[in-house]
Ligand binder design. Structure first.
Ligand SMILES: NC(=O)c1ccc[n+]([C@@H]2O[C@H](COP(=O)([O-])OP(=O)(O)OC[C@H]3O[C@@H](n4cnc5c(N)ncnc54)[C@H](OP(=O)(O)O)[C@@H]3O)[C@@H](O)[C@H]2O)c1
Length: 252
């Protein structure tokens, strides 16, 4: 082991990330908190009795490498990686700002992939490591009126399932967490604070608890909540055309 083992949480300045930080701290983990809003991270770190903080825009080119170099430079080794940072945009594909859509792919897809790639080799060498990638129930079907977001989460689920299988028996756990709507800043950022889905948001605590428990047991996929489990399975029963129409109706 090179460095002190830590749990690195991306997107720790709000929503699910704050709750991941609280629950991981409560079980005794040393933390590295990452997001753009460093002031919020510093306040959270103080409230938790201390944590490493790295203010970084993970959608920027080279950000993942810089982050991992910074962590190594502080004498820390990532034992648990929680790839939680992400955002969505509500609206029609042809009308949403193209640079924001690219930023979403850079964060939800590219940075998450790069962080897995940077963290995994050392975890495999140590024969111990935990990666929790936050996908969504959006991963299970196409999402008209949130097209790039749904596609990004389908990527996260696919990548994570593959890594889970590759790492079986290696001592490295890899899990996809697929929440339904959660009451966070997500829908404000997405531009749909008053949507039907936003109103159905559950508290983050149970979602995070289910994710951490599933990661400990090396579950490939964790879908918190009975309704969300049923929704995720609906695409096995319903024709794809029906699923598209249903999601389009919810999101219009
Ligand atoms: N809320 C839901 O209904 C829901 C459902 C399923 C899945 N999810 C997923 O859950 C994850 C967490 O979202 P949330 O619901 O907690 O939303 P949130 O409250 O908006 O939090 C998003 C976090 O991501 C960080 N972030 C955004 N852009 C970033 C960037 N460029 N670089 C670094 N960090 C960045 C934000 O911090 P800064 O702004 O300070 O950078 C914030 O800490 C996301 O992957 C989301 O897709 C959410």
């Amino acid at each position: 082991m090179t460095g002190r083992p830590v749990t690195l949480i991306t997107g720790a300045s709000a929503g699910l990330g704050v709750e991941f930080a609280r629950q991981c701290r409560a079980r005794g983990d040393a933390l590295v908190l990452v997001a753009r809003r460093g002031d919020r991270l510093a306040a959270l770190a103080a409230s938790l009795g201390g944590a490493e903080v790295v203010a970084a825009d993970l959608a920027a080119p080279g950000a993942s490498e810089r982050l991992m170099a910074e962590v190594a430079g502080r004498g820390l080794a990532v034992e648990t990686l929680i790839n939680n940072a992400g955002f969505g945009l509500s609206g029609r594909f042809a009308e949403l700002a193209p640079e924001r859509q690219s930023e979403m792919i850079d964060l939800n897809v590219r940075a998450l992939t790069e962080l897995c790639r940077l963290a995994l080799p050392e975890m495999a060498e140590r024969r111990r490591g935990f990666i929790l990638n936050v996908a969504s129930t959006a991963a299970f079907q196409a999402g008209p009126n949130m097209a790039v977001y749904y596609a990004s989460k389908a990527y996260v689920l696919s990548l994570t399932e593959a890594l889970h299988q590759e790492m079986k028996g290696s001592g490295v756990h890899v899990t996809a967490l697929c929440p339904g709507p959660v009451a966070t800043e997500f829908f404000d950022v997405a531009g749909s604070p008053d949507s039907a889905l936003a109103k159905r948001g559950v508290a983050p605590a149970g979602v995070v608890q289910a994710g951490l428990a599933g990661l400990a047991r090396n579950r490939a996929i964790v879908i918190p909540g009975m309704m969300n489990k049923a929704t995720a399975q609906a695409n096995r029963i319903l024709p794809r055309a029906a699923m598209r129409r249903i999601v389009a109706a919810i999101k219009s």
